[in-house]
Design a protein around this ligand. Structure first.
Ligand code: 5GP
Length: 141
């Protein structure tokens, strides 16, 4: 884990931000380049880079904060829905190496698509589905 990221500098108050929530382990603030009004980033205060780096207690805290804030953000901007997303790794689009959930309010007719539109999709036969499911189960032990 690196000691400092642009987001730890926000948590420490060295870089100003529009803070919307803070507790002992998690922090949330408005994205500087909002995709919609209320676009919020939710982070652990410590600079864990990947989801897999989070200790279980911090992961639980972060999940609770995201869950609570998704509703608050929607209420605040009167959005009927939101996209809650995380780029986990550079190849997935992660630019800041400090875990951050995006909460992006969605509005009817906002022109954005669902996450499925990002992919062409793949055809997997039954054996391939069985094998990948087994590999995922094995990878957890
Ligand atoms: P990523 O692509 O890593 O998932 O998203 C990084 C996000 O962090 C981007 O949406 C970007 O606008 C936001 N961001 C980067 N630097 C800053 C900053 O200094 N302040 C704030 N509030 N947001 C930032």
């Amino acid at each position: 884990m690196s000691e400092e990221t642009i987001f730890t500098r926000i948590v420490d108050g060295e870089i100003p931000s529009y803070t919307v929530y803070e507790d002992e382990t998690t922090y949330a603030f408005l994205d500087a380049n909002p995709l919609a009004p209320g676009h919020t980033l939710v982070i652990p205060k410590r600079p864990y880079e990947r989801l897999a780096d989070l200790p279980a207690d911090v992961a639980a805290d972060l999940g609770a904060t995201v869950s609570q804030l998704a509703t608050a953000v929607e209420d605040a901007v009167d959005a009927p829905a939101s996209l809650v997303a995380l780029h986990d790794g550079e190849e997935a689009g992660q630019e800041v190496p400090h875990v951050h959930w995006h909460i992006v309010p969605r509005f009817p007719g906002d022109g954005a698509a669902a996450v499925h539109a990002m992919f062409d999709g793949v055809d997997l036969d039954e054996d391939e589905m069985l094998n990948v499911a087994e590999d995922i189960r094995d990878a957890q032990s």
